[in-house]
Design a protein around this ligand. Structure first.
Ligand SMILES: Nc1ncnc2c1ncn2[C@@H]1O[C@H](COP(=O)(O)OP(=O)(O)OP(=O)(O)O)[C@@H](O)[C@H]1O
Ligand SMILES: [Mg+2]
Length: 233
């Protein structure tokens, strides 16, 4: 596969289970090493992009340290990076941005699932990454909370100059969030198709009922079905 994510672009990745979406994200995040091929983040290979904190990651299950409060969890990357001359965002301001300002000194186990994910997003943003890598960050949340988190994510993303590459199982979520949706074929995954999402921003709950949104969802659904069908023997 070959694709680019432009500066400040939001790209969503959809595809059947097991096609390699998480693997792809792990390769970009330097958590796995490709056997062949080239990946560049801000022009650098993943390992050096990781050293230079060019990306932030948010996975389905937010790993927060239970013995630290919320603020300390969000500040953790700064502690780890201490001494490096890095562009930093103030953790307290980020907590305000994700709506957790009042919970700075709460313990992470006192937070709801959605609040934990917001803390994880704040933590991923604290070193001002060029790109956010998100792997089904809201997969474990109920439908309403998930949609509210999507609106929140767009608000946060619109206020931070980062690109985003997000894996999701939900075509609606992909279309709602992204500038472009990449559709993967079954394993071994390829980029089978892509669909630009020309919906205006800011996107709101009303967007979900608009004919343009529904049309785009139906086009991506067809592309995904075609990608899955074509692979059948
Ligand atoms: N192109 C590939 N070549 C070989 N193995 C692959 C390839 N893509 C994925 N795999 C393997 O398939 C398994 C599932 O991949 P992965 O977890 O990336 O799928 P996924 O698309 O994230 O699925 P899900 O939607 O269920 O999370 C992993 O063990 C991975 O190593
Ligand atoms: Mg996965």
């Amino acid at each position: 596969m070959s694709f680019d994510v432009r500066d400040r672009e939001f790209v969503a990745l959809v595809g059947p289970s097991g096609c390699g979406k998480s693997t792809l994200l792990r390769l970009v995040a330097d958590l796995d090493v490709p056997t062949s091929g080239v990946i560049a983040v801000g022009g650098e290979p993943p390992a050096s992009a990781r050293r230079h904190r060019l990306f932030g990651v948010v996975f389905q299950d937010p790993v927060l340290l239970p013995w630290l409060d919320v603020l300390a969890n969000v500040s953790l990357p700064l502690e780890v990076a201490r001494g490096d001359a890095l562009d930093q965002a103030a953790p307290a301001a980020l907590l305000d941005l994700v709506g957790l300002g009042r919970f700075a000194h709460a313990r992470t186990w006192q937070l709801s699932g959605g609040m934990r994910q917001r803390a994880a997003i704040a933590r991923a943003l604290v070193l001002r990454p060029r790109i956010l890598l998100l792997d089904e960050p809201f997969g474990a949340l109920d439908e309403i909370t998930r949609q509210r988190m999507n609106v929140e994510l767009l608000r946060i993303w619109s206020q931070r100059p980062t690109a985003a590459l997000m894996v999701t199982h939900s075509i609606g979520e992909a279309v709602f969030l992204a500038d472009r949706v990449l559709v993967m074929s079954p394993q071994p995954g390829r980029i089978a198709a892509e669909e630009a999402v020309p919906l205006p921003r800011p996107r709101t709950f009303e967007t979900l009922a608009s004919p343009d949104f529904l049309g785009c969802v139906s086009r991506v659904t067809k592309l995904l079905l075609t990608a899955v069908e074509e692979r059948r023997p």
